[in-house]
Write a protein that binds this ligand. Sequence first.
Ligand code: CA
Length: 517
Amino acid sequence: MEQSPLYIRVHPQDNVAIVVNDGGLPEGAVFADGLVLRERVPQGHKVALADLAENEAVVRYNVVIGYALKVLPKGSWINEHVIRMPEPPGLEDLPIATRAAPDMPALEGFTFEGYRNADGSVGSRNILAITTTVQCVSGVVEHAVARIKAELLPRYPNVDDVVGLEHTYGCGVAIDAPDAMVPIRTVRNISLNPNFGGEVMIVSLGCEKLQPERLMPVGTIPIATAGDNSNGDVVVLQDNAHVGFQSMIDSIMRTATHHLERLNRRRRETCPAADLVIGVQCGGSDAFSGLTANPAVGFATDLLVRAGATVMFSEVTEVRDGVDQLTSRAANAEVAQAIIREMQWYDTYLKRGGADRSANTTPGNKKGGLSNIVEKAMGSIIKSGNSAISGVLSPGEKVKQKGLIFAATPASDFICGTLQVAAGINLHVFTTGRGTPYSLAEVPVIKVATRSDLARRWHDLMDIDAGRIATGDATIEDVGWELFRLMLDVASGRKQTCAEHLKLHNALTLFNPAPVT
Ligand code: CA
C-alpha cells in the first residue's frame, strides 16, 4: 500500500524533520500540512521545515546539530554537505548532578529463570569458557573446542555451549605500559562473566608476556594451579608433559571434563528481574535509530532500572556531544566527575591518534540520514532512558552496582560488546538501522531493527521491529514492553535470539590503547 508523505519532527523547536516513507519521497511530494519537497529526499533524511538563512542553526532533538552552509529554503534536503558541524562541548563548567531523578515507581513481580552463581551473579546461559593468555594458542584451542563439542558436550545436556575466549593480546605488547591494564583486566573479567558459572580454565603457551599468574592473580580467581597441570585449571602447551599435539588436546579435554561435570549439575532457578545485567548498544545506525529503536530501548532501560536491574550504556564518541545531559543526570558529583574523567581520557586518546569524535560516523550512517556525530549522538544517548546515572566503569572493569551505569567503551560494535561482556552483562541489546548480523557467543544478543523495511528483509536476523513506531502501528511504550518481556524470555532460555538460532557470532575484540612492541 502506498503510504502518503509522512515526516517525524522530534521536538517542537526543531526546524528539520525526518522523511519516514520507504524509498524516500520525490520532488514535489506534499505533506499533510502543505509542506512541499523542493527536491528528492531519501528515507530517514531531513527536510527543512522552515527557510534557513546562511549560518542559521539546524535543530533536531532541540539540539543544534549544525549550521546551514548556504540559504536553505523550506522543503530542502538537509544533509552533511549543506551543514557545518558544531564544536564539541567543553568539559569545564558542566552541570553537575543538577537534574532531580525522575519519580519512577518500583516495578515488582517480574522474574526470569537463571543460573545463580556462588558470587550472587546470575547467568542466562550455562557455558564452558576456555580462557587464553595469548593468541599463539588459538589454533589449538579452536581444535580442542571442536572436539569437546563433538565428543564431550553430548554427555552434559545441561551445558549450552563451549567457547574459546580467543583474542589477539598476550605477547609482543608493552605489558608494563599503564594502559595495558585495559586489555589484561578485560580478559580476566570476561572469564568471570556470569554465564560461565565461575568455572575458569586457562590455556597458556608458556613463554608469553601475559603469564597465567598475571592474568589471574592468586587469591582473586577460583582456579587450581597444580604443579602437574593435568590436575589444575591451567594447561600450558610448552609443559614438558606434552609430547606432540595430541597430548595438548588430551590435556585440554581432560581439564574441560572436570568443569563440564560441575556445570552440568547447575539448574535454572527463579530470579528477580533485578538480577539482569543488560548491555545496550547500537551499530549501523540511521536517522530512525533515535526515533524508534533507541527510544524503545530507553523505555525498557527505565523499566529495568525500576525493577532493580543493572543496565549499562557505552560508546564514548556517541555520547560525547551530549556530555552535559549525562553530567546533569549523574546521581551525585562523584559520578559526574567520573563521566568527565572518561570523556577527557578518550579525547586525549583520539587526539594522540590525530583524530576527533567526527571520525565516528560511517558512510552508512550518512546514507541513513545521519549528517554528523552530533546528530548520531543525540539519537544514541536515548538508549539510556531517563533514570539517574548511578555509576561509571572504565574500559574492562567489572560492574559492582545496580541501576543505570555508564560503561566507557569505544563505539566499535565488537569492542564495545567485548567490554560489556567483561563488565558482566548476562544479556545484550543491540539496535541497528542499516542492519548488521553482529552477535556474541558468550551472551545472547537481542537485535532491534529501527525500520520495518529492514525487519522484513532480515526477518530471520532481527528479533524486534521498532519501525512500527515510525509508521504509527505501535508506540514507544508498546515496543519497550515487548523488548522487556523478550529479555525475560531470552534470559530464561525459553526463547533463543535469531543469532543464537543461526549460531552466528563475532570474535571478541580487545581494546588495547597501550603500545605493541
Ligand atoms: Ca556501536
